[in-house]
Design a protein around this ligand. Sequence first.
Ligand code: ATP
Ligand code: MG
Length: 140
Amino acid sequence: MAGNRTFTMIKPDAFEAGNSGAILKMIEEAGFKIVAMKATRLTPELAGKFYAVHSERPFYADLCKYMSSGPIVAAILEKDNAVEDFRTLIGATNPANAAEGTIRKIFAKSIEANAVHGSDSDENAAIEGSFFFNQYERVI
Ligand code: ATP
Ligand code: MG
């Protein structure tokens, strides 16, 4: 059965461009409830840990550098079928392939600087949420 939580980050390009508010508005209007949220900044080491699944990929070093290049917003979101519905809302990894009206189509600058992260499974949503928030911060 599909879970009801996912995890997202507003990535450094979107944060720097001042698009956090507009992106959060789209997320809320799509029916997601924010149950935990903070602005923070990853070190290169933490970015490497977060994206460890990609450590063998050619873009990994650049990705760690980019994800630690400035502040981000990290959030846990709640909605029925959260993981799949959020991936639909954000669109394809490469904004050139993202559907019209998706967050990446509107805000992403490139395949790397693609505005937002969205968990790819219920299991990873739980792992990624715990990466940023401890049980005492998840008060809602
Ligand atoms: P995310 O996990 O951030 O939600 P995704 O699931 O759509 O994105 P992944 O394949 O998990 O895509 O890649 C993780 C991130 O690595 C991408 O969002 C992007 O920032 C970067 N990335 C992916 N593919 C490339 C690439 N070919 N070149 C440069 N960066 C890439
Ligand atoms: Mg991914």
